[in-house]
Write a protein that binds this ligand. Structure first.
Ligand code: AMP
Length: 195
């Protein structure tokens, strides 16, 4: 399946040389970078320009659906907030359900929480206790894979809820941060930046 061999197998990078769908749309042309956001020194990869271009967004959703769907997951788990946009579109495309991985205090009812360490601070993510049925195969979805801390926290949380996390899927992978090395599931991404 994979066009380019990457760590932990089952990895597919769809680029210009990837699937048919990419022949007419170069997603990088629709992803904007904004320096010093949200704080000095961070180069922010902004998908709002991708979202507002129907053809490019459709291509991104279709291509990510194709690789995610190949594993026939039972459902997706989108990470707040831009991950909801990506996961929601793919879930509709694949005809499967969706769980929300949210920041603390956002979800009503009984929740499970998982705390994790980032470079300079601790953070946590939550899901509702009944968000996934035990044993279900789930793919974690977000817009950007950076250090991998957020996605790994989501994976650990979903496992505590009884899910089998089959893979993690992203529109953008910041390869120079090697976030995929943090993740113990197969990783797929559409666009990779190596600085
Ligand atoms: P990380 O836990 O370091 O992999 O960070 C991933 C999360 O932070 C994702 O939800 C991204 O939306 C966001 N993020 C981190 N770095 C960036 C960046 N340079 N540009 C855009 N979003 C980012």
């Amino acid at each position: 399946m994979a066009r380019s061999g990457m760590v932990r197998g089952l990895t597919l990078i769809l680029g210009k040389s990837g699937g048919q769908a990419m022949k007419s749309v170069d997603l990088k042309e629709h992803i904007r970078t904004i320096p010093d956001f949200p704080k000095p020194g961070i180069l922010f990869y902004d998908i709002s320009t991708l979202l507002r271009h129907p053809g490019a967004w459709r291509t991104a959703v279709r291509d990510l659906s194709r690789v995610v769907g190949a594993g026939a997951p039972d459902m997706l788990a989108g990470i707040e907030a831009r991950g909801f946009l990506v996961a929601g579109a793919i879930a509709v495309d694949l005809g499967i359900g969706l769980a929300m991985v949210r920041k603390p205090g956002k979800l009503p009812g009984a929740t499970l929480s998982h705390s994790y360490e980032l470079e300079y601070r601790a953070d946590s993510v939550e899901i509702q206790t009944d968000a996934v049925e035990s044993g279900r195969s789930v793919v974690v979805v977000d817009d950007v894979l950076a250090t991998g801390g957020t996605a790994m926290a989501a994976i650990e949380l979903l496992r505590r809820a009884g899910a089998h996390v089959a893979a993690a899927a992203f529109v953008i992978e910041l390869g120079f941060l090697d976030g995929r090395a943090c993740l113990d599931v197969p990783v797929v991404s559409l666009v990779r930046y190596d600085r």
